[in-house]
Design a protein around this ligand. Sequence first.
Ligand SMILES: NC(=O)c1ccc[n+]([C@@H]2O[C@H](COP(=O)([O-])OP(=O)(O)OC[C@H]3O[C@@H](n4cnc5c(N)ncnc54)[C@H](OP(=O)(O)O)[C@@H]3O)[C@@H](O)[C@H]2O)c1
Length: 252
Amino acid sequence: MKALITGASSGLGKDFAKILSGMGYDLILVARRTERLQDLKDILTTQIEIKTLDLSDYQNCIKLYDEVKEQQIDILINNAGFGLLGKFFETSLDREMQMIDVNIKAVHILTKLFLRDFMNRDSGYILNISSSASFFSGPLMSTYYATKNYVTRLTEAIYKELQVVRSNVYIGVFCPGPIATEFNQVAQVKENLKSLNSEKAANYAIHQMFCRKFLIIPGFMNKCLYLFRNFIPNALLLAITYRIQKKKEGKK
Ligand SMILES: NC(=O)c1ccc[n+]([C@@H]2O[C@H](COP(=O)([O-])OP(=O)(O)OC[C@H]3O[C@@H](n4cnc5c(N)ncnc54)[C@H](OP(=O)(O)O)[C@@H]3O)[C@@H](O)[C@H]2O)c1
């Protein structure tokens, strides 16, 4: 049993690794920070392979697939990703292009390449890590919200295609609200919102994945938000999202 996890050097990815290794899975762990991955490898008990790669380079995504395709991988978790707080007309274009590369292109490429192999075997799990941000537009975090909209919509469409051909391959999407990880620090968030515990959130996602649930939303409030969002006028939703994101700027 083997799983590949991108963005395993911290936060959710690190917790996915601990959980799956605890269940007996050998792992391929991907991120840029080798030392972090090595520290994680040292505390895990199954076989761990480290791949130090920058997934913002799409050639690296293809290289990753080529290097591991002969191994039987049972689970792919597309987890690597990051955000950036700020007004769209002020934030860095370079940083946002990197974000699109990691949050969208890497997820797209790895999902496609591994899905083809999984389809041939008619088995395997793909879990794409999106966000509750994917249900909304996100003023002050516009690019991040838009990238996660892409991930959820893409995954949902693939889910339908697999359902129609009665495939045994699972694909699902994890859409949490705020989780206590390094995400906020990377996204230049000054004030943290109330957050879920990363280990608990990762446990929930893995459990729901094995139950073959497509849309995985942890937390009662987030589930309500998802269910009732269509009954709230868009202008009000935008105003609420703006206020929430504004809080993240902290007091100036
Ligand atoms: N925390 C939240 O509030 C929250 C809420 C909803 C969804 N999410 C999603 O959850 C996922 C995991 O984030 P997290 O909260 O665990 O944040 P995190 O602690 O910052 O972890 C992000 C991971 O992504 C990796 N990564 C970033 N850029 C990369 C690149 N260019 N190439 C390879 N790996 C890269 C990082 O590794 P290196 O820096 O070592 O490369 C790190 O392991 C993300 O997709 C995020 O959007 C987070």
